[in-house]
Design a protein. Structure first.
Length: 472
């Protein structure tokens, strides 16, 4: 290796090594230099500049094409629609089927009564189907829509080509995220995983006792703080006096696997959840060596019974740390809280509610496990600007006398939704993976049949069938 190559290697290695050492030291003591907050403030200024340029370009396009304001267009559309409807009504009698014609001929109803063919309801049926497809449930399983562009290509509508200034900012942002931030974040994630694996291995060799528990507490916080820096996570904790510290169950809304990392940076938890493979499985096995965690398979009911039994034993042990549970059972896109499973609320003990709310402007934290693998998701997170979120610790809650576990779960869910500014929904999050139950469909069919039975048209046709036929 020549002198020039050696100098170049040292020039690249020494700053990178110094940066990694600084990250380790800051993660060990839970401190920050404040650079990430300044970085977020700069991003907000760029987002605002981009929003102004996009609005200016859209106004210019409307002015060049001669389009009127959107509201005026909507008013004209509705005026035209109403005029068409009125013209159709005034053009003559609507077409009727044979049964309706015979009813009119027999004089059972007035000729001026408004009886329509069954096909006239197709427009309403079509509108209803569209409303069902775009309902408030299914849209919680897709990425949250942004009000303004955040200079990321995967959320763009070719906004980067509106002006050369915006294109230059977008290009510089891509270079920073992919050429500088991504290599450092991948390195930190790799080193953080190695550090977690090594520390938990040695902690697992120690005998059970107070020293092992305290050492695991410090090592867990250190490793998760290190991993959080792989996403440039900026976490703001509120109401820290309600932070879970004793045995009990901590429940939170669920958006991403990163939820565990963000909460574990501030407190130590025993985790419970579905067993995974791949990268996430490596972390689960490493954590299981140092402390007691509960991993289970969703498809096995026997495991569910064992989970409930182990969870109850854990809560009854006053020397254990709180269990972290996401009762929704699946990731929701940071805009709502869906049905909580009642199992966590049947065990007893205190419930520590926690509300998590992400800022999607800097990166979409939602994980669609049916679309992206864990490594693909991590790649998307590491190529985002940052992960910015707020965490609210809420006062512990206990089950009231005579209160069912379902009502208790709804009460806790409502508190979390209200604090996090999320929509409180009673639908099961498992609709993300499976269609609606057959019982729900049959119930809707029964309700619709009742409406048909009690409709005026049905009564008229029945009266026509029951009346004597003049020709007999």
């Amino acid at each position: 290796m020549g002198l020039l190559e050696t100098i170049l290697l040292l020039t690249l290695t020494v700053p990178a090594s110094f940066f990694i050492v600084v990250v380790y030291v800051l993660a060990l003591f839970g401190k920050t230099l404040g650079f990430r907050k300044k970085y977020v403030e700069l991003l907000l200024m760029l987002f605002e500049y981009g929003r102004e340029r996009i609005e200016r370009a859209q106004k210019k396009v409307k002015k060049d094409t001669g389009d009127e304001d959107g509201e005026e267009e909507e008013e004209e559309f509705f005026d035209d629609a109403s005029s068409e409807n009125s013209s159709e009504k005034g053009s003559g009698e609507p077409a009727v089927c044979g049964d309706e014609a015979s009813v009119k001929e027999n004089g059972l109803i007035d000729q001026d009564d408004d009886i329509h063919d069954f096909q006239d309801s197709f427009d309403f049926i079509e509108s209803g189907i569209k409303a069902i497809i775009n309902d408030q449930v299914t849209q919680r399983f897709a990425s949250e829509e942004l009000r303004s562009w955040n200079l990321l290509t995967r959320t763009t509508r070719t906004y980067e080509f509106i002006s050369w200034r915006l294109s230059l900012i977008w290009l510089v942002g891509c270079i920073i995220r992919y050429a500088f931030l991504l290599p450092f974040r991948v390195t930190i994630c790799f080193l953080g995983t190695i550090t977690l694996t090594i520390l938990t291995f040695f902690i697992g060799l120690l005998p059970q006792g107070r020293f092992r528990k305290r050492l695991n507490d410090h090592a867990s916080k250190f490793c998760f703080r290190l991993l959080s820096r792989a996403f440039s996570a900026i976490i703001t904790y509120h109401n820290e006096e309600y932070r879970p510290t004793k045995n009990g169950i901590c429940v939170a809304n669920h958006t991403s696997p990163i939820d565990v990392v963000l909460l574990a940076c501030d407190s130590t938890y025993a985790l419970i959840g579905q067993a995974h493979g791949g990268f996430l499985g490596i972390l689960q096995r490493a954590l299981g060596r140092a402390s007691s965690h509960i991993w289970f398979e969703r498809s096995e009911m026997k495991d569910r019974e064992a989970v409930a039994r182990r969870l109850r034993q854990h809560v009854e042990d006053v020397s254990t740390c709180p269990v972290l549970i996401f009762p929704e059972g699946t990731c929701i896109n940071n805009s709502a809280v869906m049905q909580f499973k009642k199992g966590s609320f049947e065990v007893g003990g205190l419930i520590y509610p926690v509300a998590i709310k992400y800022d999607p402007r800097f990166g979409d934290p939602f994980w669609d496990s049916s679309k992206y693998s864990m490594l693909q998701y991590l790649y998307m997170m590491m190529t985002s600007w940052a992960i910015v979120c707020d965490v609210w610790y809420l006062p512990p809650m206990a089950r009231k006398p005579g209160e069912s576990s379902i009502d208790f779960a709804k009460r806790v869910k409502a508190v979390i939704a209200r604090q996090g500014g999320l929509i409180d929904l009673d639908w099961d999050g498992q609709l993300k993976r499976a269609p609606a139950k057959k019982e729900w469909k049959e119930q809707q069919q029964v309700e619709y049949a009742k409406k048909l039975v009690h409709s005026p048209r049905h009564n008229i046709v029945n009266s026509a069938d029951d009346s004597p036929n003049p020709s007999t």
